[in-house]
Design a protein around this ligand. Structure first.
Ligand SMILES: *Cc1c(COP(=O)(O)O)cnc(C)c1O
Length: 327
């Protein structure tokens, strides 16, 4: 059994969105993983349960992690590190061109600073191996000074510990409700999408799991999800049940690109807020909820379907995007 540190008070709520359900003609439920874990929560809390399980088993005293400037993952990793008496070194990558002062200093960056993370930067945006290599160089320096660092990798080819957090979430949801016809989730690194899909298939569910691309287009994301589910088999053998046809990705709300909000995402944020009084974030959940709306519109999610929208969090980034959101 892979070791796990409990970070999330489970189960997170699974609530019916009453007004959106009647407006859309479906049974829409929201899995409130925006409430999972410390410092404004989010899906990375479930992933970190396994990374910190491994880090604690190795006796680590310092966590190193890399991400976009407004990464929710680094903010949460920094908070959990502090809660375990560890140092956190977070590396912020320049992935989103031409952003404002608020983007560079508010939202997740502000929270990571307040938590006391050491912040370093990486000048490239689309270089996962390079970003990890920079973390390893830093980890080597720390080792030379007698410290025990643990690196949370961004690049592929490492055991997908984070996906186990969403295998757990699948079990949790099935314990809260009858199965759904559709699950809709943001698909970025793919840990959440792959873990949820594998967890559901492992439990015998035939539900359709729709991943809304937030980072790369559908043509690149589908094989990535396949690679994550394949690697997951070592940690969770039932992931073997995932077939190629199970991997469904949609990139209709991805434009104009990672970390940038287009009209579909913006409309989705407005719709959720007006109907349910809930916020979505501009980078991930605006685009995943846009997938629900587009698929109901096209009939790919038929009327009467039971749909679980996984709210993966990201709300701290709202304050970094206020200029985009108020014009
Ligand atoms: C990282 C993130 C995602 C995407 O999750 P992956 O496991 O990287 O695919 C979705 N929503 C939020 C809020 C995130 O921070």
């Amino acid at each position: 059994m892979t070791r796990k540190l409990e970070i999330v008070a489970t189960p997170t709520p699974l609530v019916k969105a009453e007004r959106l359900s009647s407006e859309l003609g479906i049974g829409l439920y929201i899995k409130r993983d925006d409430l999972a874990g410390p410092t404004f929560g989010g899906n990375k809390s479930r992933q970190l349960e396994y990374y910190f399980g491994a880090a604690l088993a190795e006796g680590a005293d310092t966590i190193l992690i890399t991400g976009a400037v407004q990464s929710n993952f680094v903010r949460l990793a920094a908070a959990v590190a502090r809660s375990q008496g560890m140092q956190a070194i977070v590396q912020l990558e320049d992935r989103v061109p031409g952003k404002s002062t608020a983007y560079r200093s508010s939202g997740n960056v502000l929270l990571a600073r307040l938590i006391g993370a050491e912040i370093i930067t990486y000048a490239h945006g689309e270089d996962e191996e390079g970003a990890d290599a920079a973390l390893h160089a830093k980890a080597d320096e720390l080792r030379a000074r007698g410290r025990t660092p643990y690196v949370i990798h961004l690049s592929e080819g490492h055991p997908p510990l984070g996906a186990l957090g969403y295998v757990d979430a699948a079990t949790e949801i099935l314990g809260q409700s009858d199965d759904f016809d559709f699950y809709v989730v943001a698909s970025g690194s793919g840990s959440t999408h792959a873990g949820l899909l594998a967890g559901l298939r492992g439990a015998g569910s035939k539900a359709k799991v729709l991943g809304s691309c937030v980072r790369r287009d559908a043509k690149a994301q589908a094989p990535r999800i396949r690679r994550v589910t394949d690697r997951l088999v070592q940690l969770f053998p039932k992931a073997e049940a995932v077939t190629d046809d199970d991997i469904v990705v949609w990139d209709g709300a991805l434009a104009p690109g990672y970390g940038r909000l287009g009209p579909a995402g913006r409309a989705a944020m407005g719709r959720m807020a007006a109907a349910e009084g809930l916020h979505l974030d501009p980078v991930y959940t605006a685009k995943s909820f846009a997938a629900v709306l587009a698929h109901v519109d096209s009939g790919d999610i038929p009327k009467g379907s039971r749909v679980c929208f996984v709210h993966t969090g990201g709300l701290a980034a709202l304050f970094a995007y206020h200029e985009d959101l108020t014009v």
